[in-house]
Structures are given as structure tokens and as C-alpha cells.
Design a protein around this ligand. Structure first.
Ligand code: NCD
Ligand code: ZN
Length: 348
């Protein structure tokens, strides 16, 4: 039995670190185990221009522990009004790594997102031309569409058309949650890649809703069936280049999670690589963890892989249930907080 594993340092290709006191409280957890992370722009207000991203990057750098070599990769929040010239400028200046689509009202802090897909065509054309990646919250929020079908319907109505319309544009379907999503990525690779969260690999909707409502398992896209989870586990552990790590770690103040109108998002950064290691071990695929966590992502984004390494050991430990956050945010619930975590990062 393998009890120790060393891999190239992983990167997180989908992460929320927020701002202010929450940013300061959560940033060290990611910086501890990841070399780089694509930072989501759904702040309030969102990161919509190159100027916004430069300012946000400075706040992120200021929140890093002393001596950290972690590198934040910034994204542009796409709106109906996004200016293709500013997107190109931000990309060429090395500020923006990618553009992120939130369909309006699809998820947390997406109210400023895209309301009419026709309006974003000039931005996609420009991104295709300059070789800039396009990240998508791939859900169709038409009220006629059942919440469990949102991902499949987004693919059918939008993404399957865009991949033909923009053959040179590189897409990432974020936080894959369904068999349809995993299959679509495989069938369109390498044009389309997909990130997979630790919790979509572990949970089913029965875990979330079957024995009491577990608010810390509520996320968008929502957790689906055991069949979907099996497809995602197979995809992640296959080593195929189109699937890579994206935690979607999304901290929220406890009061916003435990509320009559609870907010979606799972804060998993404190146990991220440890949880992926558990899944890969269960699937007999620890030898594929490095591809998924550290190699496939950089290849998709045409970046070099990290040269340093991280070592994990089978050594049980228990994270706290929540972390303290200064000011009005007070505390944030940790995914798997209070549980026994099998793997531990022993050097990074
Ligand atoms: C994310 C958040 O809280 O910002 N929430 C979530 O449920 N995943 C937004 C997102 O990625 O959808
Ligand atoms: Zn997210």
C-alpha cells in the first residue's frame, strides 16, 4: 500500500479567495499547497476591467504569507458591456489569464453576468484571435430548465454551437458536475477542457439532502447522482489531458450559508489536495494524481509545469469545523471540517 507520494506542485484552475478580511483568512490555505491559481472575478463589485484586475492582484499579493512563491492568475468577469479592446490589452499586458462567463443569476455574485449571449460574440471573436482562454460557468438558468439539467442544457443550447463557431478558441467548462459534462469535454478535447472539484468527486445529492440538509454541501452546479459522480471519478483519474484540478473553493460567512436563503459555495481549500488524493487512492489511480493536479492544467493554458514538488503522507488529522475571519464575516465553515482526513501534506 502506498503511504507516501511526491508530485510536482499542483495548481488550482478555479478558486475564489474573495476580498478584505476573508481574503486574508483564506489565502494561506491555497498558498500552502498550490503553485498558482486562477482567481475568480465574482467580487462585489466584480473584476471587469484590466484596471480592476491590477488592483485586485495587489490585494491578493498583500494577503500572501511572507516568502510565499504562489502566483495568482487573474480573470475578467464578462458582462454584456465588456470591451474587447480592454480584454486584449489586459491579456497582452499579462494581467488577465482568461475571461470568465457567468450567466446572470446562475450562482453566487453573478448578477452582473451575461444576460444575452449575442452581446458577447465580439469578445469571443477577439479572444479566439489572440489565443485567450474562455472559462465558463456552464449552466442554462432558463427557469424552464430543471436545476439538475442545467449543465447538459447549457452544452446543448450554447457550448456545442460555440465550439463550431469559434474553432480556435480554447474553452474550459468549469466545475464539471454531470456525466454529460464529462462526456462532452472528452469528445471536444483538446479544444475544451474541464475542471473537477474535490466535492463533486466525493458527494452525491443523497449525501447533501438525504439525511438532513447539509448547507456546506450546497454549491453551483449542484451535486448530482451517483452515476454522475462515477463518470467524474473515472474522468479525473483517467489521466486524460482534458481533465484538470479546480477546487472551486468558495468561502462564505457562516451567516450566509445558514440562512433561509442559503448561498452556494463550498470552502474546501484547507483539505483540497488531501481530498483529491483520497479519491485517487480509492480508484487505484494515485499514479494519475500528478497528471490531473499538476500537468494537464498548465498544458491546457500553455504554461510551464511547476518545478518544485509537494509530498503527501497517509497520516490522519482533523481540520477545525470553521476558520475565524476578522470583522463582519466572523467565521467560515470548512468542507470536511471536524472529519478525519486521511492524507496530509508533509512538505511543499
Ligand atoms: C461560487 C461562489 O461562491 O463564488 N459558488 C459555488 O457554489 N460554486 C460561484 C461558482 O463558482 O459558481
Ligand atoms: Zn466557482
Amino acid at each position: 500500500m502506498t503511504t507516501r507520494i511526491t508530485i510536482r506542485k499542483p495548481d488550482d484552475w478555479h478558486l475564489h479567495v474573495r476580498d478584505g478580511a476573508m481574503l486574508k483568512a483564506v489565502m494561506p490555505f491555497t498558498a500552502r499547497q498550490f503553485g498558482r491559481a486562477i482567481l475568480m472575478p465574482n467580487l462585489v463589485p466584480p473584476v471587469v476591467t484590466t484596471k480592476d484586475a491590477i488592483a485586485y492582484r495587489e490585494r491578493v499579493m498583500a494577503a500572501l504569507p511572507a516568502g510565499s512563491t504562489f502566483k495568482p492568475l487573474m480573470t475578467c468577469y464578462l458582462t454584456d458591456e465588456t470591451d474587447p479592446d480592454d480584454v486584449e490589452h489586459g491579456f497582452k499586458e499579462g494581467v488577465f489569464t482568461a475571461v470568465k462567463l457567468y450567466p446572470a443569476h446562475a450562482t453566487t455574485y453573478s448578477a452582473a453576468g451575461v444576460t444575452d449571449h449575442r452581446k458577447i460574440m465580439p469578445v469571443l471573436e477577439r479572444m479566439e484571435k489572440i489565443g485567450m482562454p474562455f472559462l465558463m460557468h456552464g449552466e442554462d438558468v432558463d427557469p424552464e430548465v430543471d436545476i439538475f439539467d442545467r449543465e447538459a442544457m447549457f452544452i446543448e443550447r450554447y457550448l456545442s454551437k460555440w465550439t463550431r463557431q469559434f474553432p480556435a478558441l480554447r474553452f474550459t467548462l468549469e466545475h464539471l458536475s454531470s456525466k454529460e459534462g464529462a462526456d462532452f469535454v472528452r469528445s471536444t478535447a483538446p479544444q475544451v477542457g474541464g475542471t473537477i472539484t474535490p466535492y463533486h468527486l466525493v458527494l452525491t445529492r443523497t449525501d447533501w439532502l438525504g439525511w438532513g440538509l447539509k448547507p456546506y454541501m450546497y454549491c453551483m452546479p449542484v451535486i448530482k447522482t451517483a452515476k454522475d459522480r462515477a463518470a467524474l471519478r473515472k474522468a479525473a483519474t483517467s489521466g486524460e489531458a482534458c481533465y484538470f484540478l479546480g477546487t472551486d473553493s468558495a468561502p462564505h460567512p457562516v451567516a450566509k450559508k445558514l440562512s433561509v436563503n442559503g448561498i452556494p459555495g463550498v470552502f474546501n481549500a484547507p483539505v483540497a489536495i488531501e481530498t483529491y488524493a483520497k479519491v485517487f487512492e480509492e480508484e487505484g489511480a494515485l499514479d494519475k494524481l500528478e497528471d490531473f493536479a499538476s500537468v494537464n492544467g498548465p498544458r491546457h493554458y500553455r504554461l510551464s509545469v511547476n518545478e518544485t514538488t509537494i509530498t503527501l503522507e497517509k497520516s490522519p488529522w482533523t481540520p477545525p469545523q470553521e476558520i475565524k475571519v476578522e470583522g463582519p464575516d466572523e467565521k467560515a465553515l470548512i468542507y470536511r471540517g471536524g472529519e478525519t482526513i486521511e492524507w496530509k501534506v508533509v512538505s511543499s
